[in-house]
Write a protein that binds this ligand. Sequence first.
Ligand SMILES: Nc1ncnc2c1ncn2[C@@H]1O[C@H](COP(=O)(O)OP(=O)(O)OP(=O)(O)O)[C@@H](O)[C@H]1O
Ligand SMILES: [Mg+2]
Length: 287
Amino acid sequence: MLQAIEARGLAKRFGAVTAVEGVDLTLAPGEALGLLGPNGAGKSTLLSLVTGLRPADRGEIRIFGHPAGSEAARKSMGLTPQSAAFPPQITPRELIAYASARHGKRPDTDRLLTAFGLQRLIDRRMAGFSGGEVRRVALALAFCGAPRLAVVDEPTTGLDAATQEAFQSLARDYVASGGAMLLTSHHWDEIEAICDRLTMIDRGQRVLDGTLAEMRATMRINRISLVVDGAAPDWLPAPDTDGRRHLESADSDAVVTRLVREGVGFRDLLIHPLALKDILAHLRHEV
Ligand SMILES: Nc1ncnc2c1ncn2[C@@H]1O[C@H](COP(=O)(O)OP(=O)(O)OP(=O)(O)O)[C@@H](O)[C@H]1O
Ligand SMILES: [Mg+2]
């Protein structure tokens, strides 16, 4: 199958700063890949190489088989950069018509306008748009004209909770209908909600890569918390400031059985699977 993105050995320096160093990336149609990493890790730089906005110093990138930055590659993708500014005189309707035309399709914009609450704004000049309103327009532009690949850099930063949810739902539908999506986010729950696979980069290098399902399967650890009235056995950790004792275990049933067998006076027992954030913290200690 032709990959939406096939990148090998990407590298990019800015003077003395190595922003990206030897990163491989693949993305199939119908798949969402989340790019994670601390500030300055190289995520946006990597996206600029994939979208052809900057040439790579080294490495090769193909978008549906075409070199990154080529006309064919450009036409197959929609993009929302981390920050975008628009001419003050322009309206969202004009921008959407322009962006849709690039994909050679009639704009089917109703869903987008509803999802991003743009109906009221569609014919207003963008001068005076709030930060979140500009962001909503920038996001809609990545999807209008139904591109085969959507590349979005920190899509929901600065958006209200309702619009974040609307974006996640739209993104899931886009991917379910065969779209390929590459996104960066500092919101782990967003990655968890949208992505099949994630790649973590740090100081320009890939430090972790895999499907969320694989990561969860290797980390079948539950987080247990409870309150103990009276004496607690030595094997339980001391209470936190919230008065609860917290522990992690691969066999939470055994922990509960032991509590009961030893007659520990516990209450308010909570058992949760590890969140993605904790799974990644565990896995990173292993790499
Ligand atoms: N045009 C540029 N000139 C000089 N240095 C740059 C330039 N663009 C990026 N860098 C540097 O490259 C590194 C990677 O930056 P990048 O924007 O890719 O990080 P990021 O992972 O997107 O971070 P954030 O989470 O803050 O958005 C940083 O050290 C940054 O200062
Ligand atoms: Mg960035």
